[in-house]
Design a binder for this molecule. Sequence first.
Ligand code: OAD
Length: 299
Amino acid sequence: MPSFTAHSSVSQPDLDSFSKHLKSSKRILALCGAGLSASSGLPTFRGAGGYWRTYDATQLATSEAFMEDPSLVWQFYNYRRHMALQAKPNRAHFALAELARRNPDFLTISQNVDGLSPRAHHPAETLELLHGSLYDVKCTNFHCDYVEQNNFTDPIVPALEIPQNTGADLDISDAEVPLKDISTGDLPHCPKCKTALLRPGVVWFGEPLPVKTVSRIDDWTSQHIDLILVIGTSAIVYPAAGYIATARKMGARVAVVNMERPDSGASKLNAGDWFFQGDARVVVPQILEAVTGNIEEPR
Ligand code: OAD
């Protein structure tokens, strides 16, 4: 009968065998998804939190949606920028950042655009933001190359300020709360070409991933890999999910951290994989502790 450590369902034998492998691993890859930030209060894309008002969040993340209704899509992204700025990185973000400092050959691929890993001081050179960042903006004019990184202005333009009631933000993710009617002229415009709208610097469905990021990952994954950590992702969105198979091919053992056992998708468990069920905020620091030491709860 395996023994379980306090506050998570990680069994001691699994923890021991994983820790041994972790300590002997030189080249480690992590693939992270929205579950990493769930405990920081940010909703995931699929499951209960997957809707914004009446819209499937993944349908708003398209250039078609932006062309059809830029005001709606900017209100969605301005809301997400606002929420992510209010949120704090959790112990899992800090544990991964610490692993990156302790292990020189550790690469984290995050599908998250919420900025929480950079805010947990995850070393930038070991972190690839595959789907971009909510805090980057770029021009929608094909002929204009304007890009701005780390724009934390909230709201990004005054018209997008989230309406308040007696000093508290109204929850505009709730379809019962009316959205503002914002004209296109009041949305963020490009300061360079001065004509076109700016858009969030995230990768939308149907768009290619950033070339530099992909070539860096391809390069890194072309050598032997000892371990891949698959944390808080449904692993159904490609090309991201494909990195699990790539890592397996390059020799990696697989450890999945998720609230739910993956019965389908690219993170479906194989013999010899570890599955650590639970909240990433609790489980990630616990399984990495053999290398990172104890990670305090951030204040
Ligand atoms: P999903 O919403 O698809 O999946 C979140 C995963 O996290 C699920 O497998 C949950 O079971 C798990 N989960 C939830 N809470 C958790 C917690 N506290 N601890 C651990 N696991 C937890 O999110 P992603 O896999 O990130 O793309 O989605 C991938 C991409 O699809 C996103 O980057 C986004 C989305 O549409 C674009 O916008 C391009």
